[in-house]
Design a binder for this molecule. Sequence first.
Ligand code: SF4
Length: 266
Amino acid sequence: MMDNLPDRSPRPKPAETPDGSRPREFWPELSREIERIADPQTILFELFKRFDDRAAIITSGQITGMALVQMAWENQLPFRVCTIDTGRLFPQTYDFLELVEDRYGIQIERVSADPDTINRMVTQHGEYLFFDSQAKQEYCCKIRKVKPQERLLDTLDVWITGLRWDQSEFRQQVPKAQFIDHQQRTILKVSALADWSNEQVWDYIERNQVPVNPLLRSKTRDAYYESLGCVICTTPIRPGEPKRAGRWRWQHNEENKKECGLHFSI
Ligand code: SF4
């Protein structure tokens, strides 16, 4: 499979520039077009063909993101993959991202918070501020995840994400294609696998031998990881628990609404 690496030679930029000069109907028309395409691999093909490096898969290396990476790679067009590095990811996740780079011959862009900002937060609130309150957890997520992602979005017109309807009650609202406002600009956020079930994703992963973070593979009868974020803030779940129950387990808000802020605009 490695023989078919995509052509990474420089390509002309898309005719439409990211300067806000697109006609008003551009985004609604594109969104409707994306919603009509059933095959997620075709969606990725269309997006990377038209937007080149102004489109990117943003993933933390979980199974849906990895399925998207595999599909983009099979399309044999250059594609951009980014991740938000909070500085607190599992050691296995850092190793896994390197493995993914080797496997696909790509470089994953790691975007992280400004070290001075993190230092100020830690000095003021402590290293483990997220234990103090939900507000401080959200503040830590804002500094380590949301702000770096905003910087990344400055460079994008299309944000491709691995959100799926079956991940939580909250995520059932996610459209396959939606506009978000970013710095007075429109960005198309595409959840190409929104309507896939967990089983469909795993089936795709196994059939195509897509690499999987070993933490997501190690399932015991009593506890397993279903979704991975930062160390400490992510714990395994027990059978029957909601998929995101392992996040910030010490909090008592509704399990199905646990979010770090990256997707609050949905
Ligand atoms: S998941 Fe925890 S450590 Fe990571 S950014 Fe959010 S609060 Fe901070």
